[in-house]
Design a protein around this ligand. Structure first.
Ligand code: CTP
Ligand code: ZN
Length: 155
C-alpha cells in the first residue's frame, strides 16, 4: 500500500503536482503570491512520492491557472503536472511545456543589458536554449542565464 501524505482534496481549482522538492515557494512567487493575487493556497513540501522520492504539491482553490503562468513554472519545476479540478474531479491533466521564449519574469544578469537601464526599462526577453535544467539566452545582449541564476531570482 502506498503511504502518501494525504492533503484535503479540492472542489474546484488547480493542483500543481510533482514539483521538484522544496521549490513550491518559487512557484508561488511566479504565480504572484507576494501581490496577493493567489488566494486559498495549500502547499505540501517535501512529501514522499512513489516516482521521484520527494516532491512538493501546490493546490489553488477556485482558480484555473492560465497557460502563460504554467509555462513559466517549467523553469523551476520541469516535471510538474497541472491538474484542473472541477467538482472534485480531475478534468484535465497537463505536463508543463517550457515555451521557446520567456518574457518579463526573469532579469538579465548583465548589468549593462538594455533591459536593465533604469531610465528606459524594456521588458526582458529570453530564448530557451536548454531545458532540464533550463538555460536561457537574453534576446537583447546574448548573455546566457544558467539554471542556478534563474533559481536565485526566485529566492
Ligand atoms: N487532487 C485534489 N483534489 C481533487 C482531485 C485531485 O487535490 N478533487 C489532487 C491529488 O491529490 C493529486 C493531484 O490532484 O495530487 C492529481 O490527482 P490524480 O490524477 O487523481 O492523482 P494521480 O493519479 O496520483 O496523479 P499523477 O498520475 O499525475 O501522479
Ligand atoms: Zn541581456
Amino acid at each position: 500500500m502506498k503511504s502518501e501524505l494525504k492533503i484535503k482534496a479540492i472542489e474546484n481549482g488547480t493542483v500543481i503536482d510533482h514539483i521538484t522538492a522544496n521549490k513550491s515557494l518559487h512557484i508561488l512567487k511566479i504565480l504572484g503570491l507576494p501581490d496577493g493575487k493567489v488566494k486559498n493556497v495549500t502547499v505540501a513540501m517535501n512529501v514522499s512520492s512513489s516516482e521521484t522520492g520527494r516532491k512538493d504539491i501546490v493546490k489553488i482553490e477556485n482558480r484555473e491557472i492560465d497557460h502563460q503562468e504554467l509555462n513559466q513554472i517549467a523553469l523551476i519545476a520541469p516535471k510538474a503536472t497541472i491538474n484542473i479540478i472541477r467538482d472534485y474531479e480531475v478534468i484535465k491533466k497537463d505536463k508543463i511545456i517550457l515555451p521557446e521564449e520567456i518574457t518579463s519574469i526573469i532579469k538579465c544578469t548583465n548589468a549593462k543589458c538594455i533591459t536593465n537601464y533604469v531610465s528606459e526599462p524594456i521588458t526582458s526577453k529570453f530564448n530557451v536554449i536548454e531545458t532540464q535544467p533550463s538555460v536561457l539566452r537574453c534576446h537583447y545582449c546574448g548573455k546566457l542565464i544558467k539554471h542556478e541564476d534563474i533559481e536565485k531570482q526566485f529566492e
